[in-house]
Design a protein around this ligand. Sequence first.
Ligand code: C5P
Length: 414
Amino acid sequence: MSLQGKKIVLGITGSIAAYKAAVLIRLLIKKGAEVQVVITPAGKEFITPITLSALTSKPVISEFFAQRDGSWHSHVALGQWADAMLVAPATASSIGKMAHGIADNMLITTYLSMKAPVFVAPAMDLDMFAHPSTTANLNTLRSYGNHIIEPAEGELASHLVGKGRMEEPENIVAYLERYFAQRDELAGKKIVITAGPTYEKIDPVRFIGNYSSGKMGFALAEECAARGAEVTLVAGPVQMKTVHPTIRRIDVESCAEMYEATTAAFTEANAAILCAAVADFTPETTAVTKIKREGDDLVLRLKPTHDIAAALGRMKQPHQRLVGFALETNDETAHAQDKLRRKNLDFIVLNSLRDAGAGFRHDTNKVTIISESDIKEYPLKSKTEVAKDIVDELVAKVNSQRTTVNSQQTTDKL
Ligand code: C5P
């Protein structure tokens, strides 16, 4: 992997971690990138522009205007020049200004003018990092489509130990390399993703539902779209927003609606990831008016719903890939393997309710990816990171199909 020819605007803000920017620049340049530094006034208190311009072979940009000759730096031109903007280190203050568009220095105006993807590597003390305002501002940046390179845990400049240390330059560079390497991996591929719960109506005000938040499915949709796929996201009732502009979202409520939308989209698709927690049963009839409290008990008769995964498994053509999920409470692997076969899936993502931090409503998940030929266990990670692992696996499956098709063509020619 490399960053050959990539033009990177490196934004440096006023954190002690700014001293690591020198190493970061060396590594970026070694990988073939061209680096233009934009530094905040506070950043210059931590590392000198002379060091930075010597390393990048370019004057460092900090002020809007050159004092003596009246010339000025165009943040708009920088926004169009760059292939990526990396803010490292990013202080709580700059993150706050970026989130709220407070353009009182050259770095923030450059950020607001940026046409290229933006990567942010926070650096601050553990309590500042844990403050709800920092969390909210980082989430705002995520909602703008910016990539947050999570800080590491460890000893901080204050000698306190915790999360807030800027990620090491090597890992930041690896993050950028991975981004550029993966950006077009799924270009031209159509992927259908189901997410969230389904609601099965009992009467006009009540339903049978479940605790699914949709977070995992939405993270998968973002990851596939980031790698160039055309995503159709069929979402049950959730409080979630999509970020990537190309995601086509179809909102549904019941299993029947999800079945219609998903089977229709699958005919055109290269793959489907079925992440939704779909109801297995639905009321036989939906009462037209609100059911009143009458008598001692109430019997609801339920009938089975469509199994969307199994239906797609039957529809599946040789060029199509199908991924399912299994949330299990006991004999996890055996149950997941059974579903893999029964539903004709290419692989299944297993999460167990026995693992702390995994499953419904959490921001984290701990999964095992099971296919016919192997079982891969992953540690507890954020759902965004888990989505990357799952999509890596999907890319491998899509490509293995490409190899098969090629070898088939070769055989045909012989
Ligand atoms: O059988 P079980 O519900 O545990 O299987 C889970 C997998 O099947 C998930 O991928 C889920 O999205 C999918 N599923 C479905 N339609 C259903 C039930 C489950 O697509 N009615």
